[in-house]
Design a protein around this ligand. Structure first.
Ligand SMILES: Cc1cn([C@H]2C[C@H](O)[C@@H](COP(=O)(O)OP(=O)(O)O[C@H]3O[C@H](C)C(=O)[C@H](O)[C@H]3O)O2)c(=O)[nH]c1=O
Length: 189
């Protein structure tokens, strides 16, 4: 049975940690990392339309916190091909009892864990090793006009990124996102 194991990530019922079976032998391993059938059988029936991959040369690289707004809002299925990340999700659904709260989890090539980040959550990561490669499927196409963000180190979020230094490697864009208090009501429940 190739099935997947699905568990909830912390306080967020809709954020799922997914473990796909690894068939190990003397050569290494094989894994069906994504199967529309296995995911649907586990209650995850999302039509992914685009695959993304990023490589970060340095440990301590922060990417995020990102989301796309409607009509290009995206669910994301994130995994690590090489190295490891601390993956962070923040509930940005106004009206949610957990609005502004976050959960985080280590995803690595070694643990093979995947994270399903649904629409309504901002997503970010910090690399824990050099040359870390992240792969993720998304349920809507890229739209620069709908590219949203939240400031990674907003004190109101209280995220411990476990950085060895105070300054991460960061894009100029990621230095300029709004604070949670100033975030427009892109998502509401
Ligand atoms: C996301 C994306 C970007 N691009 C272009 C736009 C920029 O010229 C360049 C780098 O984009 P960006 O700096 O937004 O890439 P990251 O900082 O890795 O952001 C991503 O990583 C964080 C963790 C996320 O969760 C987002 O899905 C995603 O925004 O690729 C595209 O052409 N298509 C795309 O789907």
């Amino acid at each position: 049975m190739s099935g997947i194991k699905v568990t909830q990530l912390g306080r967020f019922p809709d954020v799922k940690l997914i473990e796909a079976r690894r068939f190990e032998d003397a050569r290494g391993f094989f894994s069906e990392t994504y199967s529309q059938r296995a995911f649907a059988e586990a209650g995850i029936d999302i039509a992914f339309v685009q695959d993304n991959q990023s490589c970060s040369a340095d440990k301590g690289t922060v990417r995020g916190l990102h989301f796309q707004t409607y009509p290009f809002a995206q669910d994301k299925l994130v995994r690590v091909l090489r190295g490891s990340i601390l993956d962070v999700v923040v509930d940005i659904r106004h009206g949610s009892p957990t609005f502004g709260q976050h959960e985080k989890v280590v995803l690595s090539a070694a643990n093979g864990l995947q994270l399903l980040v649904p629409i309504g959550f901002a997503h970010g990561l910090v690399t824990l090793e050099p040359e870390t490669e992240v792969f993720y499927k998304v349920s809507n196409f890229y739209s620069a006009a709908n590219d949203g963000g939240l400031l990674w180190n907003d004190p109101a979020l209280g995220i411990d990124w476990q950085l060895a230094t105070t300054e991460p490697v960061l894009s100029d864009k990621d230095r300029k996102h709004p604070l949670l208090a100033d975030l427009p009501h892109h998502f509401e429940i």
